[in-house]
Design a protein around this ligand. Structure first.
Ligand code: 5GP
Ligand code: ZN
Length: 127
């Protein structure tokens, strides 16, 4: 089990510091955020800077900094996040027309928040 301390020792700048993690603060309620969906393992909320008419973030309650930090034992959680992505896409009415699920890993790919999250985007055409 990864702790705040061991997380802080991960290679890279701020990749593992739960205490500074904006998504951990959203999950704990210290940054008030309207939840679209919640369960024991995950939360979903609207992206603050939407790139599409529907732009949701599916976030595990567990602080995993990056997809590449997922460990053996996280398989069920990762599968659950995809299932939640499907569910909220259906609930927001974009499932049939099409939606995009994206995970950015590291800064070169555009990751700016180092708490694993899935972007679920829909409601427009994608190139
Ligand atoms: P990344 O670029 O790390 O894959 O995605 C981070 C996403 O989180 C960005 O799309 C950004 O707009 C969103 N975001 C950053 N801070 C907040 C916040 O405080 N609240 C919400 N709802 N979204 C945020
Ligand atoms: Zn976090």
């Amino acid at each position: 089990m990864r702790t705040a301390r061991s997380g802080a020792n991960l290679p890279g700048e701020d990749k593992g510091k739960m205490e500074d993690c904006i998504f951990c603060k959203i999950i704990s309620g210290s940054i008030p955020t309207k939840m679209v969906y919640e369960d024991e393992q995950a939360v979903v909320f609207d992206d603050i800077h939407p790139q599409a008419p529907i732009h949701l973030l599916v976030v595990p309650r567990k602080h995993i900094p990056r997809l590449m930090d997922a460990a053996p034992g996280d398989e069920a959680l990762l599968g659950h996040l995809l299932e939640v992505a499907n569910r909220v896409a259906r609930e927001r009415g974009v499932a049939e027309e099409g939606y995009r699920v994206v995970i950015n890993v590291n800064r070169g790919a555009g990751q700016v928040v180092f708490h694993l999250h899935l972007h679920v985007m829909g409601g427009r055409k994608f190139a």
